[in-house]
Every structure is written in structure tokens, then in C-alpha cells.
Write a protein that binds this ligand. Structure first.
Ligand code: KDG
Ligand code: MG
Length: 402
């Protein structure tokens, strides 16, 4: 059996998605998500120019060897563009492998470790009152875990807060829009949000919060300490993690659990964070951290140190990523939680899928493969639209982390 064709499908049913599709000589097909938010066409070029010609004619069943061929063989290894391309090919090859075995993907990984996958949704509001109402909505929808974000008084924009609450989408213009950030106002305000949530809704639900890389390590320590009383499930991406050692300082000061890793590409990005037990949840995803093959390695390393998974699942991870992630989550022994930002109905129509939501849990379904398909005719009526993520500035105009 041979890889006969590799195509890249770019579509924008509400937002841009890139999908790699592999067709084998026996007619079996598999797909993988290659979406890199705001840099979609860079991955398309990588796949079309550098991956497709090298893989045509190879045996699709040798997914492990193909992974190393694309990683080691690239010489310029790692980085989000290269790793998104590798991830998409790897996911498509696992989809094919599972279809050839006529089994759901999770069976090939070792079978179910649990009945279903606990997910968290996003409650966002301009004010604490708005966010409280949104938390209430997610509780009614059955969610067991909720990420809460709120606007900060006298600031026009805060990460995670947008107009359309159920379907948050930060990539909002071709040239990046500019947001303003004040650490001082933010640090004073956020504990009040979690105090209000616990006061109104009690202690039954898990609460999460995403700082989106905006604090220094000592500011993170202060925030973590001030949230300890509200028993957070996690505090996410509080400080940039390029410097993994920075987390040593945070750990000395707070017991609030820490989650990091949605922008990580390989095990090397989190090796010290994991081996020194500086975090509690690793957020690497199927789409950006090397597909099933590499994510499994990261999770196994994390498992040695009692660190659990919490895969990134924002809307810019397509339903193909979500499907593959759910098979991974159903199997992975050290599972923590899965992020689930709903896709809009137009997106779901382009990507018919077997996964289903019930009472705060997702299940990947039991069809062979990862259970997500792409309707190429429908995809073609939603052409690519250039879109970028915003940038952030401090009140004096200094460029900051978004
Ligand atoms: O592309 C950027 C988004 O995926 C990111 O802003 C979402 O931080 C995010 C999250 O936790 O889902
Ligand atoms: Mg995040």
C-alpha cells in the first residue's frame, strides 16, 4: 500500500482551517488538522512544497518512521509551522491506521481508560455580573468545569472577552488589532471575580482562568496566592514559558495548580517544567505538538511526575483536532481535562463528526478512525480570509504579550 495523494484543503466557515488529506492506493483516506491561527498559509506551503513530494509512494502504515523522517529529516527541526505540518500528517496516518483496522483510534492506543472526557467551557463577560450570568449558562448546559474571564474596569479589552460569548474568536482582522493591558488593574480585579462565582454558585464546579502569558513570575505568584481560597482547577499560561526556570519561583509561593503549553511544539518545550514538577497540567495539543505520536511521548513523560493532560481545544483547533484529541483523552492514563470551545454550526457542517457532548463530558464515538470527516464541496464555498491574532500594548504604548 502507498500514499497516492496528499492535498491541503483551506476553508473559512466562520474562521480559517487547514486540513491535510491523505489518500492511499487502496482508496482509504485520512485527515489531520494543520491550522495555525493567523499563519495558516505558511503551513499550507510547508505541506505542499516540502512534505507532499517527499511522502508520495511511501507506506502509510509506517507512521512512526514517517514522523521521524519529517522531524529529523527536516534539519531545521521544531517550530510551529514545521510541527503543525507534521501533526497534520501524523493525525491523518493514525486515522488511516484505525480505519484499516476497522477500529476507533482509541483502541489502537490501548483502549478506553475512562467512559468519557470531562471538558471545560468558556464563560466570558465585560463585567463580573456578565461573567456570572455566563457561568450560570454553562452550569445549565451541564458543564462540570468552567473557565471564567472578565473585562477589567477602565480597560477596553481583556483576554478572553468578546461579543459572541458562546463562540469566542480572537483573530478578528487581517492586520492585528491593538489591545491595551494593565497588570495593576487586572491583578486587583480578578480575585473579585472568583470570589463572586464561589459566592453565587458554590463549590461544586471546577474553575479555571487563563492569563495568556501577561504576568511576570512574581506577579503570577501573587495572583496564584490570591486565588488559593477559591480552589482553582488551574491558572493557565500566567507567564511566558520560554524560560522554563521561571516557574521555580512561582512554585515557591503558591499552591494554585498551574497549566502551560498550548503553544508548545515538542517535548523539549516542557522537559524541565515536567521533570522538575513545576506545572500540574500540560496543554500541548494534537495539532501543534506533533500529532498523536508525539503527544503520547509528552503525556508519558508527564505521567512519571503526576502531571496530567489538559489539551488545548480553542476554536482554531478544527473539529478534526477535537476528534483526534478525544480519542487520545479517552485513552491517556494521566488525563486531566479537555478544553472545549464550541465551533459555530457552519464549521460543524463542513466537518461532520462522531463526537457528542452530554452532561459536561465529550465522547469521541465509536466509528473507525478518529471519527471526523470533511465535506470538500461545502468547504469550497467558504474561501480563505486573511486574519491575524491581536497584539497587546501597555497603557504607555509599550508592546506586551498578547
Ligand atoms: O489561537 C489562539 C487561541 O487558541 C488562544 O487564544 C486560545 O488561549 C487560548 C485558550 O486557552 O483556548
Ligand atoms: Mg490559553
Amino acid at each position: 500500500m502507498q500514499i497516492e495523494e496528499i492535498s491541503t484543503i483551506v476553508t473559512c466557515p466562520g474562521r480559517n482551517f487547514v486540513t491535510a488529506k491523505i489518500t492511499c492506493s487502496d482508496g482509504t483516506t485520512g485527515i489531520g488538522d494543520a491550522t495555525l491561527n493567523g499563519r495558516e498559509m505558511a503551513v499550507v506551503a510547508y505541506l505542499d512544497e516540502h512534505v507532499r513530494p517527499a511522502l508520495l509512494g511511501r507506506d502509510p502504515r509506517r507512521s512512526e518512521e514517517i514522523w521521524h523522517y519529517l522531524y529529523r529529516g527536516a534539519y531545521w527541526r521544531r517550530g510551529p509551522v514545521t510541527m503543525s505540518a507534521i501533526s497534520a500528517i501524523d493525525t491523518a496516518l493514525w486515522d488511516i491506521k484505525a480505519k484499516l483496522a476497522d477500529l476507533p483510534l482509541y483502541e489502537l492506543l490501548g483502549g478506553r481508560s475512562r467512559d468519557a472526557v470531562m471538558v471545560y467551557g468558556h464563560a466570558n463577560g465585560e463585567t463580573i455580573e456578565d461573567t456570572l450570568a455566563e457561568v450560570g449558562r454553562y452550569i445549565e448546559l451541564g458543564y462540570k468545569a468552567i473557565r471564567a474571564q472578565t473585562g477589567v474596569p477602565d480597560m477596553d479589552s481583556t483576554y478572553g472577552v468578546s461579543g459572541d460569548k458562546l463562540y469566542y474568536e480572537p483573530a478578528d482582522a487581517a492586520i492585528p488589532t491593538e489591545n491595551v493591558w494593565s497588570t495593576t488593574r487586572y491583578l486587583d480585579h480578578i480575585p473579585k471575580l472568583f470570589e463572586a462565582i464561589r459566592e453565587q454558585y458554590g463549590w461544586e464546579h471546577h474553575l479555571l482562568h487563563d492569563v495568556h502569558h501577561r504576568l511576570t513570575p512574581i506577579e503570577t505568584a501573587r495572583l496564584g496566592k490570591s486565588l488559593e481560597t477559591y480552589r482553582m482547577f488551574w491558572l493557565e499560561d500566567a507567564t511566558p514559558a520560554e524560560n522554563q526556570e521561571a516557574f521555580r519561583l512561582i512554585r515557591q509561593h503558591t499552591t494554585t495548580p498551574l497549566a502551560v503549553g498550548e503553544i508548545f511544539n515538542t517535548i523539549w518545550d516542557c522537559k524541565d517544567l515536567i521533570s522538575e514538577q513545576l506545572i500540574d497540567y500540560i496543554r500541548a495539543s494534537v495539532t501543534h505538538a506533533g500529532g498523536i505520536t508525539h503527544l503520547r511521548r509528552i503525556a508519558d513523560l508527564a505521567g512519571l511526575y503526576q502531571i496530567r493532560t489538559g489539551c488545548h481545544g480553542a476554536t482554531d483547533n478544527s473539529p478534526v483536532c477535537m476528534g483526534a484529541a478525544l480519542h487520545f483523552d479517552l485513552w491517556v492514563p494521566n488525563f486531566g481535562i479537555q478544553e472545549y470551545m464550541r465551533h459555530i454550526p457552519e464549521t460543524d457542517a463542513v466537518f461532520p463528526h462522531a463526537y457528542t457532548f452530554k452532561d459536561g463530558y465529550l465522547h469521541p464515538g465509536d466509528v473507525p478512525g478518529h471519527g471526523v470527516d470533511i465535506d470538500e464541496t461545502l468547504a469550497a464555498i467558504h474561501p480563505y480570509k486573511p486574519m491575524s491574532l491581536p497584539i497587546n500594548r501597555l497603557e504607555d504604548g509599550t508592546l506586551w504579550h498578547w
